[in-house]
Design a protein around this ligand. Structure first.
Ligand code: DON
Length: 597
């Protein structure tokens, strides 16, 4: 790791520490943004962004501004989300994308909720054998870098399906900010300039990537503030603007992708692209202390896992137990172990395998799963295994953005290339990165993916199948049915535990949205066996108490999980005649921004 990367990580850690502990009390947000009691001990965080007409929170300020510009034109939350998504593909190439996929949860003004699954699917030539060597061992790198790593991209289909079905503005209007940012360029933030320079070697391996994202020589570096123009990407966006989805999947962009993949030993061909479709699915809905929580169903594991975690948390008075006390961490750590064991066993693509979603999210099922909980000791590791939910017939580098408008419409989107800059392959002539989502499949039972997640044959590589995800775009409504919270995060397996803890921070601990996304977190994913915590998330006292109960407690990053979730959320409150009020919370772990209107 370069000195600059280390400095950046230290910088982020410092920011987090400052955010959690050191800011003065006057930075606390108004109580109106805090629904519950306020026993949170995470300390004050920066004031949430405040607005009266709508809010967009994303990983990049320019993308949030692109979204808000749609609201200002009279567009709705979907118009704003689609503009934000395309703008992220330009200003956040690390994770924003045209060559990746994601999930979108949409709440209509009348309170109905739908989701648009635009997860990548496996090319028709993808079989398990492609990722195994002659001895049957998984060759992990094939699913992580280069031409075998990509699934068929879903982002363009997802965004444009959302626009067609639920938007009000035309394609040209919502894509205009992205096209302008690509064509005219934008000043490179220092973090992005450093990141591109640090990745020279990885980028130089692929000719188009070397052309677009390096200056040709290792010694020629990007500088903060220089204008970053992406002309071919601008042309691609204009073609999509003029001809729609069909251009990306059957037109010139499709030919550029298919020809480059076929010429380089990749699997994606013209037919895979032509056959790709975004799928509208029902959300997974859970209740939590009277609130209604809508999140993403399979092939994402996010909604199911969050529902299970909330069902476990609801059985205890988490507020009384205290924010990140040893009692709370012990209890939710045990819930996380059980939930991730279930994830590994049961989750898959619902169009290819039966996923017992309804059984897993039942409150009684989680009650049964937590029956072995012992407040004084951890459940022995070997005895924590997946449960047996009822099957349906009998009674699973990323970026998140949250949008809400004045009508009560809200959109929660998590999008990804998987790793930062995906497979590192860019499409020549089209100017965008391809994903490395194939690593989210189980390459071989027992072999964990890059986030340390394992699974069963339900998530094996198979033609046209969608790989299980942890992405958890979520929308929460109050017990009265009003829009309350739009939330989600990137971060691999920590997406689930991040989203869950932000919801608890707001509902149980009464934090405002900025405090809730800033507060230190814990994470357990069944395997590896460690209970992880962010620096300063647990006191020494809590760590001692947890160790005494048998936990292996690890501070910080562990087991191949590269980062903690970086949540982007917003809170909506409504009082009397005053209408809706919006509070935006952008995680200080990222360089994002909440922009209100
Ligand atoms: O779908 C998933 O669960 C992963 N591909 C997400 C990857 C991710 O969050 C990386 N970002 N930090």
């Amino acid at each position: 790791m370069s000195v600059r990367s280390t400095a950046r990580i230290l910088g982020c850690a410092l920011l987090l520490v400052v955010g959690v502990f050191a800011l003065p009390a006057w930075t606390s947000a108004p109580n109106a943004s805090r629904p519950g009691s306020s026993s949170g001990t995470a300390g004050p965080a920066p004031v949430p962004e405040y607005a009266e007409n709508g809010m967009v929170v994303s990983a990049k300020k320019r993308a949030s501004q692109a979204g808000v510009s749609m609201l200002k034109k009279g567009g709705n939350a979907v118009d704003a989300a689609v503009a934000t998504g395309f703008a992220l593909a330009v200003v956040h190439p690390y994770a924003g994308n045209l060559g990746g996929g994601g999930f979108m949860v949409v709440r209509m003004p009348d309170g109905s909720v739908t989701t648009i699954d635009h997860r990548e699917d496996a090319p028709s030539g993808a079989t398990q054998d492609v990722y195994l060597d002659d001895d049957g061992n998984a060759v992990r790198q094939r699913s992580r870098r280069g031409y075998l790593a990509s699934g068929v991209p879903g982002t363009v289909a997802g965004l444009l399906t959302a626009l067609d079905e639920h938007g009000t503005l035309d394609r040209a209007t919502v894509m205009a900010p992205a096209i302008r940012l690509a064509e005219e360029g934008f000043p490179l933030p220092h973090t992005m300039a450093e990141d591109l320079n640090d990745r020279y070697e990885a980028f130089a391996e692929f000719s188009a990537t070397k052309k677009y994202f390096t200056k040709g020589r290792a010694s020629a570096e990007y500088r903060a503030g220089e204008r970053f123009v992406q002309s071919d990407l601008a042309r691609t966006l204009k073609r999509i603007r003029d001809k729609g989805k069909a251009e990306f999947y059957e037109g010139r962009t499709a030919s550029l992708i298919a020809e480059q993949f076929q010429a380089n030993g990749g699997l994606i061909d013209a037919q895979d692209l032509a056959e790709y479709e975004a799928v509208e699915r029902d959300p997974v809905t859970a209740t939590y202390r009277g609130y209604e929580v809508h999140s993403m169903g399979p092939p994402s594991s996010g909604g199911v896992a969050i529902a299970q975690l909330l069902n476990a948390a609801e059985m205890r008075d988490i507020d009384q137990m205290g924010f990140n006390s040893s009692a709370t961490a012990h209890y939710i750590g045990e819930a996380m172990r059980r939930v991730f064991a279930d994830r590994a066993k049961w989750l898959g693509d619902p169009d290819h395998v039966e996923v017992p979603t309804e059984g897993l999210i039942q409150k009684d099922y989680m009650r049964e799963r937590m029956a072995s909980f012992d407040s004084s000791r951890i459940t022995p590791t070997d005895s924590v295994r997946a449960g047996e939910p009822m099957l349906a017939g009998e009674s699973m580098e990323t970026s998140h953005y949250s949008v809400a408008d004045s009508s009560g419409m809200a959109v929660s989107v998590t999008t990804t290339l998987n790793s930062g800059y995906g497979s590192k392959v860019m499409i020549d002539g089209a100017g965008f990165f391809m994903n490395n989502e194939m690593n989210d499949f189980v390459l071989k039972p027992g072999v964990p993916n890059q986030f340390g997640l394992s699974g069963t044959k339900r998530n094996l590589v198979a033609p046209d199948r969608r790989m299980v995800s942890s992405m958890s775009p979520t929308i929460v409504e109050t017990p009265e049915g009003e829009l309350s919270l739009v939330i989600g995060a990137p971060g691999g397996s920590t997406i689930i535990t991040t989203t869950f803890q932000v919801i608890m921070n707001v509902i149980d601990h009464g934090m405002d949205i900025e405090q809730a996304v800033t507060a230190g977190r814990i994470h357990h994913q069944w395997k590896p066996r460690h209970l992880s915590h962010e620096e300063f998330a647990l006191s020494r006292d809590a760590v001692r108490n947890l160790r005494a109960r048998g936990w292996e407690v690890t501070e910080g990053v562990f087991g191949g999980i590269p980062r903690w979730g970086r949540a982007q959320g917003l809170r909506v409150t409504q009082s009397g005649d005053e209408g809706r009020v919006f509070y935006g919370g952008s995680d200080p772990r990222a360089n994002g921004a909440a922009v209100g209107f």
